[in-house]
Ligand binder design. Sequence first.
Ligand code: AP5
Ligand code: MG
Length: 215
Amino acid sequence: MRTILLGPPGAGKGTQADRIVEKYDVPHISTGDIFRENIKNGTELGKKAQEYMNRGELVPDDLVVEIATDRLLKDDCREKGFLLDGFPRTVYQAEKLDEFLAAHGHRLDKVIDLEVGEAELMKRLTGRRVCKVCGASYHIVNIPPAKEGVCDKCGGELIQRADDNEETAKNRIDVYNRETAPLVDYYEKAGVLARIDGAAPLEETFGSITAALEE
Ligand code: AP5
Ligand code: MG
């Protein structure tokens, strides 16, 4: 499977990715997760990415393309394909991905576009909590943990992502509308786009995604 999860911040890309990985056993590649891991470990890459992420701006294209294509060259992606989450995010990145795939004799199977309105996105982003230890994601209203502030899976502390405050979340949505939304057209023209209602309940959205993937 060679698939992209497209959609604005808070659309449910990471949430649905967990389920897709469980069902189809495909490597999940989130450029946002790669950057956060690097920030946590204090790497040079993390230092470069952090200033952009904290403002809700995009990390520069060339840096992201290098990180993503390096990851796509690993054995697991050669064997099983990939589920990209949060990459590509600009037309330039999409063109570079196309070049990379063509050079390896591959093509995209499907691009899943999760559609959610802005008011709902803001509620999801500002209410999200993530586990400091294992990264599991919750929502204070929609998907609360059994015990407030504690991860169901590993008992770790639940925290708010640095870019999930109201001001930064709003900027991320604006940046999405400006820089990333044109990819919907890009992949529609390529004949691989599936528009999915991301505002429906979790399992319903997952059902629509699997139907599109198995079409
Ligand atoms: P990234 O980590 O990719 O963040 P994002 O795109 O802003 O998306 P999110 O992770 O915030 O949302 P999501 O769609 O995964 O939603 P989730 O499933 O968590 O990127 C972060 C930053 O890194 C960027 O701003 C940029 O700086 C940089 N970056 C990354 N990639 C880059 C690239 N390619 N180029 C340049 N820069 C890049 O769900 C959200 C909440 O909603 C959760 O609380 C969840 O529990 C809840 N929820 C989910 N689904 C439902 C549902 N159906 N019903 C009710 N609640 C739900
Ligand atoms: Mg995510």
